[in-house]
Design a protein around this ligand. Structure first.
Ligand SMILES: [Zn+2]
Length: 453
C-alpha cells in the first residue's frame, strides 16, 4: 500500500522520505497517452515518470487509464440537497430557487459539515481531487453572526479535508438581492453589509496547506458596482483567485444595462475585475464585445453545462471564448450531476446542438479543461509530471461503458464514453482516497442519505 515505502532501486527517495512506486497500465502524460508507466511519488509529489517499463515487483498496480486529478472549479455543496427533487411538477428556474432557499434556511455549521463531507466524498469517487467552493452561506438565519463568523466556511474546509480532497474556499461577497434591492428573508444569511465588512470577516479565516481561500463576487446582481473594486483589491493583495457568476440569465444583462448602461462583463472590466486570476462562471449570454473583454484579458471561463441544462440557462459561447484567449475550466455547480466527464463532453455536445455541426473540440483539449487547477490557485496540480502534486485518478477500461479501450483513442474514451462511476482508484497528494471504487473513509451513499434526510 502507498506510504509503506518502496525499494525503488533507482528511485529518488532520500532517508526518511520513502518512495511509493505506482505502475499504470496506461497513463495520460502531458504529451498524450502512454503504456506501462512507472510513477514514483515522494512526499505527495511526483518524483519520476517513466513510460514503457515493466512493473517493479513492489509497485502499486493501477490497471486502466490513469489521469491527473480532476478539478471541480465551481461548487455550491448544499445544492446537492436539491437533486431529484426540484424537477417535480416540471420545475422552473424560480421553483428551483425557492427550494434552494428553503434548504439554505435550515443548515447549521454541524449539518453543513456532514452534508458537505458526503458531497465532497461523492466528488472524490468521481475522480475530483480539488473543489472550488463558491461559498456564500456565511451567517445564521436572519443574518445573525456565529461566535466564529467563519464557522460555515470552516465547516466546508473541514469537510473537504475529511473527504480527502483539497479545497479553494471562494469566499463570496453577496450584498444585494438584485440591483438596487436589499437582501431579504433567507438571503440575509449571505450578507456582510459591505465589501469592507466582507474583507474584515475573511481576514479572520485561516486555512492550512491543503485548503486555500479565494474571493468571489456573487454577480453584478449581488454586488453593487461601487463594492466591486474592494473585493478585487483583496484578491490582488493576496494573489488569490477571484470568481464571479456572469450573465447566466438574460434578465441579469437587462437589469445591468438598465442600471449601469453597460453589460455585466463590461461593468466587471471597468472595475478591474477581469484578468488571469479571475474566472467568470457560466458566461452564457454574451455580446461579441464581452467575448473580447474576457478573452483579451485571459480571464478564465468556468462552464457548468449540466447545471445550465437543468436550469434552462442556455448554451454559452465556450469555444468562441477559448479561441479569444480564455482558458476553460469545468464545474458541477448545483450538483444535479457530479461527473466531470459528463461536463467535459457536454461542452462539445451542446455546441453541436447549437450549431448543427460536429467536432468543435478535440477530446484532449476537453480533457484538459477537467484538469484545470490553475483557476483555483493550484498551478502545481493537474498533470502527471515531475514536481506536480501526486493526484492519480484511474479509470477502469473494462466496464460496460469503457470496454474496447485503446491507447490511441484514450482521450475519446475518457471524454465521450466514461462516467464518474468508472473511476476505480483516486490518490490525492499521494494519499489513497478511493480504492477499488470505494471511498476509504466515507460510506458515501449512507452519509448522503443521512445528511439529506
Ligand atoms: Zn453557481
Amino acid at each position: 500500500m502507498p506510504g509503506r515505502g518502496g525499494s525503488a532501486d533507482h528511485g529518488p527517495g532520500t532517508p526518511g522520505h520513502p518512495v511509493t512506486v505506482y505502475w499504470a497500465e496506461y497513463a495520460w502524460l502531458p504529451d498524450g497517452a502512454a503504456e506501462r508507466v512507472r510513477i514514483d511519488v515522494v512526499k505527495g509529489r511526483i518524483a519520476a515518470v517513466a513510460a514503457g517499463v515493466e512493473a517493479p515487483a513492489d509497485a502499486v498496480r493501477l490497471p486502466g487509464l490513469t489521469l491527473p486529478g480532476l478539478a471541480n472549479a465551481h461548487s455550491h455543496a448544499f445544492h446537492r440537497a436539491l437533486r431529484g427533487r426540484t424537477q417535480a411538477d416540471r420545475g422552473t428556474f424560480w421553483t428551483w430557487r425557492s427550494q434552494m432557499y428553503a434548504v439554505a434556511e435550515t443548515l447549521t455549521p454541524d449539518s453543513y459539515y456532514a452534508l458537505a463531507r458526503a458531497v465532497y466524498a461523492e466528488m472524490a469517487l468521481g475522480g475530483i481531487t480539488c473543489v472550488g467552493e463558491f461559498h456564500y452561506l456565511h451567517h445564521a438565519p436572519g443574518g445573525r453572526r456565529y461566535a466564529d463568523p467563519n464557522a460555515m466556511g470552516a465547516a466546508l474546509v473541514a469537510a473537504a479535508a475529511d473527504a480527502g480532497i483539497r479545497i479553494t474556499l471562494l469566499d463570496t461577497c453577496y450584498l444585494a438581492g438584485g440591483i438596487g434591492t436589499p437582501l431579504e428573508g433567507p438571503q440575509l444569511r449571505f450578507g456582510d453589509g459591505s465589501a469592507e465588512g466582507w474583507a474584515a470577516r475573511v481576514a479572520g479565516f485561516s486555512a492550512d496547506g491543503r485548503a486555500r481561500v479565494g474571493a468571489a463576487l456573487h454577480s453584478v446582481r449581488g454586488v453593487p458596482a461601487d463594492q466591486i473594486a474592494p473585493v478585487v483589491g483583496w484578491a490582488d493583495e493576496h494573489g488569490a483567485p477571484l470568481h464571479v457568476h456572469l450573465s447566466e440569465q438574460p434578465a441579469e444583462n437587462e437589469a445591468c444595462l438598465a442600471a449601469y448602461g453597460v453589460t455585466p462583463a463590461r461593468l466587471l472590466a471597468d472595475h478591474g475585475a477581469l484578468g488571469p486570476r479571475t474566472s467568470v462562471v457560466h458566461a452564457t449570454h454574451l455580446t461579441d464585445d464581452d467575448v473580447k473583454l474576457i478573452g483579451g484579458s485571459s480571464t478564465w471561463t468556468c462552464a457548468c453545462p449540466t447545471t445550465e441544462r437543468d436550469l434552462a440557462d442556455g448554451i454559452g459561447p465556450i469555444r468562441t471564448l477559448f479561441d479569444a484567449g480564455s482558458p476553460v475550466s469545468l464545474g458541477s455547480d448545483s450538483h444535479a450531476v457530479i461527473d466531470l466527464f459528463e461536463e467535459a463532453r457536454a461542452v462539445e455536445l451542446d455546441e453541436r446542438l447549437r450549431t448543427g455541426v460536429r467536432g468543435h473540440w478535440p477530446a484532449p483539449e476537453l480533457l484538459r479543461t477537467a484538469f484545470a487547477h490553475d483557476s483555483l490557485g493550484w498551478p502545481d496540480a493537474g498533470a502527471l509530471a515531475v514536481g506536480a502534486r501526486a493526484d492519480l485518478v484511474t479509470l477502469a477500461v473494462d466496464t460496460p461503458r469503457t470496454a474496447g479501450f485503446g491507447r490511441l483513442t484514450a482521450a475519446e474514451t475518457a471524454v465521450f464514453a466514461a462516467s464518474a462511476a468508472d473511476v476505480r482508484s483516486v490518490i490525492v497528494d499521494g494519499r489513497p482516497v478511493v480504492t477499488d471504487g470505494v471511498h476509504v473513509t466515507v460510506d458515501v451513499g449512507r452519509e448522503l442519505a443521512e445528511a439529506l434526510r
